[in-house]
Design a protein around this ligand. Structure first.
Ligand code: NAD
Length: 498
């Protein structure tokens, strides 16, 4: 049995006493086990980070950027093997695994521009002989806690920015697919990153709590489900840390009567079922406006869903692969049953799906519900599987209210040819990321990623300038260089520049 362990700066190991199974979702077999770390393991990583961080912070930003350039090159060189490793633990198809890596790499590309980004602000002559300037300095030791569904992209969202600005970063990846994060750390070392600036500690709640309580860790970036995000936010803030904690989602796609329905169905198939629906920016709820739109959409959706190919993650023809674990498959299927019990109309049932030759794999067939009502629990909660729910709205205002009033507010999309409706929707919807005829509106790396309401706790987004802000503290200097002449009178009133 392959053991997956921590990645410490000094290359040492730390034998675990508790383990978690890592599955091959295609076959259902246990393929490895990951050792679950303790607070003592974290102490070791922190000590190594503390020894390395001051020199890294003092390294000029161009040199820090060169490590990022080299890392980008190495990721590109290793793309195939990384994608296969990722796919083998997560279950997403290879092309999608490459997308996962590529979207993270785009944040590394953003981090290559760090010398420009860190230039700060300067005002000459803010008062008589007085200049004011600001600088952004690293926080010191920071940590990231990441979910299973993007084991490459989300760690890179965090460490790309955190390291480029001069921090040491400790990553606690999901225990369900922990191999790719370790591989990323190895490649950063190969790219020339000094030992101690990126380490990986493996674990579960015990390690998360140790991170949240550790006095030497200044900031924690978390991505995962909302209840845990909220817990991480509260505990981290109570310990005096800066915390950003992204949570779950239930993204809606509003379909206006004038939308190009063939395009919508095409977009929905990918956005609802791609990666087996295990994306925080998946589109699991579609809201056609008007019954005529709903009926036309449903008629086109059924054959499109029936044509989807579910296969092993290495099948180049498959649209999506298995879900991550048997427990997650059972949870998705129980939500489908819940929808039936609540009175929604089950149009396509993906339960009981098996793939010949892979009967024990964690596959769930594509599922479609119609007549889903906002009062249903299966609508209110995140299912995180290949399940699409149609919620019919009578008009634009009713459609706008659905995502706006939902507990989650990560992403939303509107499909229309009407610019006025789209503009109105984007301005008024109570959700953090909006797509206009774009089903998965994940912002590019130099913009920022973050939802609203229970989809994110804290006040800064991931990557882009918000990421820079999160992983640095600003220092503002007011300077005067008197010429030694008239020293003037002491000032007993608050200085003004008047
Ligand atoms: P999860 O909440 O189960 O796990 C996330 C992290 O928290 C993991 O590292 C895990 O080890 C840790 N953890 C798990 N249980 C814990 C506990 N009781 N106490 C402390 N830490 C704990 O999430 P997941 O299933 O790995 O990922 C899927 C979820 O993440 C979905 O809800 C999805 O919407 C969300 N997600 C959100 C975003 C976003 O940016 N908003 C992006 C990706 C995924």
């Amino acid at each position: 049995m392959r053991d997956i362990a921590h990645f410490f700066a000094d290359g040492s190991s730390s034998p675990a006493t508790r383990f978690s199974d890592v599955f091959d979702p295609n076959s259902g077999a246990v393929q490895a086990r990951v050792g679950l770390g303790t607070a003592a393991d974290l102490d070791k990583a922190v000590a190594l980070a503390q020894a390395a961080q001051p020199a890294w912070a003092a390294t000029n930003p161009q040199r820090r950027a060169r490590v990022m350039f080299k890392f980008k090159e190495l990721i590109e060189k290793n793309m195939d093997s990384l994608a296969h490793l990722l796919s083998s633990e997560h279950g997403k198809v290879i092309a999608d695994a490459k997308g996962d890596i590529q979207r993270g790499l785009e944040v590394i590309e953003f981090a290559c521009g760090i010398p420009h980004v860190l230039k700060g602000e300067f005002t000459i002559g803010a008062g008589p002989g007085i200049d004011v300037y600001s600088m952004r300095q690293p926080l010191g030791i920071v940590a990231g806690i990441t979910p299973f569904n993007f084991p490459a992209m989300i760690p890179m969202w965090m460490f790309g920015v955190a390291i480029a600005v001069g921090n040491a970063f400790i990553l606690k990846p999901s225990e369900r697919d922990p191999s790719v994060p370790v591989r990323l750390a190895e490649l950063m070392k190969e790219a020339g990153l000094p030992d101690g600036i990126l380490q990986v500690v493996q674990g579960d709640k015990v390690m998360v709590d140790a991170i949240l309580d550790h006095e030497a860790i200044s900031a924690v970036s978390f991505v995962g489900s909302s209840d845990i995000a909220h817990y991480v936010y509260q505990r981290g803030v109570a310990a005096g840390k800066r915390v950003q904690a992204m949570g779950g989602a239930k993204n809606h796609g509003i379909v206006m009567p004038d939308a190009d329905l063939d395009q919508v169905v095409n977009d929905l198939a990918g956005a609802a079922f791609g990666s087996a629906g295990e994306r925080c920016m998946a589109l699991p709820v579609v809201v056609p406006v008007g019954n005529d739109t709903a009926d036309r959409l449903r008629a086109k959706l059924i054959p499109a869903i029936e044509a989807l190919r579910v296969g092993v993650s290495t099948d180049a023809e498959a649209h999506y692969g298995p879900v991550v674990t048997a427990a997650h498959k059972a949870k998705i299927e129980s939500y489908i049953q819940m929808g039936v019990d609540e009175g929604a109309e089950l149009v396509v049932d993906g339960r009981g799906f098996t793939l010949q030759g892979h009967e024990k794999g964690f596959f769930v067939g594509p599922t479609l519900f119609d007549q889903v009502k906002p009062s249903m629990q299966s609508y209110q909660e995140e299912i995180f599987g290949p399940v699409l729910q149609i919620v019919r709205a009578a008009n634009f205002e009713e459609a706008l209210a659905l995502p706006s009033q939902h507990q989650y507010g990560n992403g939303v999309a509107i499909f229309t040819r009407n610019g006025h409706a789209a503009r109105e929707f984007a301005a008024r919807v109570n959700v953090g990321m909006v797509g206009i005829n774009v089903p998965i509106p994940v912002p590019v790396a130099y913009h920022t990623f973050g939802g609203w309401k229970r989809s994110a706790f804290g006040d800064t987004n991931q990557h882009g300038m918000e990421g820079i802000k999160f992983f640095t503290k600003v220092k503002t200097v007011t300077q005067r260089w008197p010429d030694g002449g008239d020293n003037g009178d002491s000032a007993f009133v608050i200085p003004t520049m008047g």
